[in-house]
Write a protein that binds this ligand. Structure first.
Ligand code: URA
Length: 207
């Protein structure tokens, strides 16, 4: 199965109520072999119209943040936890997130095999990492079941709340180092790595 096959399945999907109001599905976009995968919450109006993720105001800011660290959108893969726009941009319901991620997003991740998944905002973070708070844990990489996650604020929140702008920009600036560190760790013998799941703490901070 390839990313295109998954996108074709998503196009026909009627597994949850979100399909009823969509104009287009938004499977995700970018490099199928990206080292960094960004995962947002769900498509908004512009994304629904164009079938592409992060093409509205938050997307413009995300593009600027990528450029700030020398990356182009085509260097990364950008997706969302749900592939269809929730009505009036409401938060996706837990069952919508569950259905969409288990059927599609997790399969996309398995194919892309990113070194680091950057979760954008708390809804995306919560789908992958338990017991973390975005205000305290943004900008800290966590390893869960072998996959490294790097939670940061959602660009829309940072766009509309100036105080978060400095945080998201600082976290972005640290991202290249996080990726390098994950790549360096991958080269070490397994015995040199900290265990994936220490007994008392499920998730392990990397840096
Ligand atoms: N916000 C998101 O979470 N995803 C998009 O694709 C656009 C805005």
């Amino acid at each position: 199965m390839e990313l295109e096959d998954i996108a074709n399945e998503i196009k026909k999907c009627t597994k949850c109520g979100l399909h009823k109001n969509r104009t287009n599905t938004v499977p995700g976009d970018g490099d199928s072999k990206a080292e960094i995968m960004f995962i947002g919450e769900g498509p908004g109006e512009k994304e629904d119209q164009q079938g592409l993720p992060f093409v509205g105001a938050a997307g413009k800011y995300l593009t600027e943040l990528l450029e700030m660290i020398g990356l182009d959108r085509s260097d990364v893969f950008i997706a969302n936890v749900v592939k269809c726009r929730p009505p009036k941009n409401r938060d996706p319901l837990p069952e919508e997130v569950e259905t969409c991620t288990t059927n599609y997003l997790f399969k996309q991740i398995d194919l892309i095999k990113p070194k680091v998944i950057v979760t954008l905002g708390r809804h995306s973070m919560n789908r992958f990492i338990e017991g973390k708070t975005i205000s305290q844990d943004h900008g800290k990489p966590f390893r869960v079941k072998g996959q490294v996650y790097y939670p940061i604020y959602h660009p829309a929140a940072a766009l509309y709340r100036g105080t978060l702008r400095a945080d998201i920009e600082a976290d972005f600036k640290k991202l290249p180092k996080v990726v390098e560190k994950v790549k360096a760790e991958a080269k070490k013998p397994k015995s040199a790595l900290l265990p994936d799941k220490p007994k008392k703490e499920k998730q392990q901070t990397l840096l």
